[in-house]
Design a protein around this ligand. Sequence first.
Ligand code: NAD
Ligand code: UDP
Length: 341
Amino acid sequence: MQVLVTGGAGYIGSHTVLSLLENNYDVIVYDNLTNSSLESIKRVEKLTSKKVKFVEGDICDKEKLSQLFKQSDIDAVIHFAALKAVGESAEIPLRYYQNNVHGTVCILEVMQQYQVHNFIFSSSATVYGEENDVPYVETMKLGSPSSPYGASKVMVERILADLALSDNKFRGVSLRYFNPIGAHESGEIGEDPKGIPNNLLPYIAQVAVGKRDKLSVFGEDFPTKDGSCERDYLHVMDLAQGHVAALDWLDRHSEFNGVEAFNLGTGNGVSVFAIVQAFEKAINKAIPFEVSPRRAGDLSAFWANASKANKELNWHANRSLEQMMTDTWRWQSNNPNGFLD
Ligand code: NAD
Ligand code: UDP
C-alpha cells in the first residue's frame, strides 16, 4: 500500500513516516520545506534502511499534485501540511486560511480527480474551542477557537463532512491531536522549530541546552491544582502509531464511507510546573524560569477522552511522561542546532 504524506518532513510527519515504513507501507513525502528540512527524511531512511520518495512542492500547486497522482499509485493520503503557529495566525490570517484551508481543498480536489478516497487529516484539540467541558469527547459540537489557526482546523473538518455527504466513496479520518512532545528514541529526529519556540517543550529543551536564559511560565493564576495550565501531553511516537492504526482501521472497515473523528491523547492533564519538574528530574539539572502574564487565548486546562481511539483503533498512548522527557533531551542534546547539526 502506498501512502502520500503531505508535510512529511515536519515534526509529526517525519515520525509518522518512520512508523509507516516500519509497518511496510511505501511512502511518498510531499513538502515545500517551509518549516522543515530534508535532513529529517534522510535520517528516517537511515534509521529504517528504507527509501522514501520525496517531492518538493506546495499543496496549493494542483498541477504538480496532479502529475504526482498520475504517475503514482496512491492508496491513501495523510495530510499534515499546514502552518501551525497560533500567534502568527492572528497576524497573517489570510496566509493561514490560504495555506491550511485552500491547500486542503486542492489536495481533496486532486484526490477526487484520481479516485483516491482514503484521507487522514491532522486535526487538533483546539477544534473543541472554549465552549466544551473537559475531558473532550468526539460527540461534542465543535467550538469556535479564538485563533485563525484553530478556525482553519474547524473549517477543514466542516469541509470533510460536506464532502462526505456529497461523495459516497470518500473515507475520511480526522485525528484530533492533543499535545505531542518528545522525539524518536534514537535521538536522530525530533522537533526543530525555526526561531524562538512557541511551544513549551522545545522552549524548555533550549533553556536546558543553554540556547535560552529562562522559561516564561504563562500564568500561575488559572483555576487548576497549582495555578498553571494543564494539557494532555503525548509522546510523538505514540501519535505516529495512531496514524498507522487509523490506516489499519480504514482497511478493516472496507464498507465505511463518511468521516470519523478520533481524539489522540493520554486522557491526563499535566500542568506546566509539573512538566518543568519532570524535565528537571530527567536531566538532573534545574530549569530557570519566571512566571509571566497569561498568554492570550490560552485555556486553563484540557485533556482527551481517548476511549474511542483506545477501543476502535486499538490504540493507546503508552509511553510515560518520563520517556517523553528523556527522548526530548536525547534529541536536543545530540542536536543543539536541530537538523543543522
Ligand atoms: P511542522 O511545521 O513540523 O510540519 C508541517 C509540515 O508541512 C512542514 O514540513 C512544512 O514544511 C509543511 N508545509 C506547510 N505548508 C505547506 C504547503 N503549503 N505545502 C507543502 N508543505 C507544507 O508541524 P507539525 O507539528 O509536524 O504538525 C503537523 C500537523 O499537525 C499540522 O497540520 C498541525 O496543524 C497539526 N497539529 C500539530 C500539533 C502540534 O502540537 N505539533 C497539534 C495539533 C495538530
Ligand atoms: N507555555 C508556557 N511557556 C512557554 C510556552 C508555553 O508557559 O514558553 C504554556 C502555555 O501557556 C500552555 C502550555 O505551556 O499552557 C502548552 O503550550 P503549547 O504552546 O506547547 O501548546 P498549546 O496547548 O498552547 O497548543
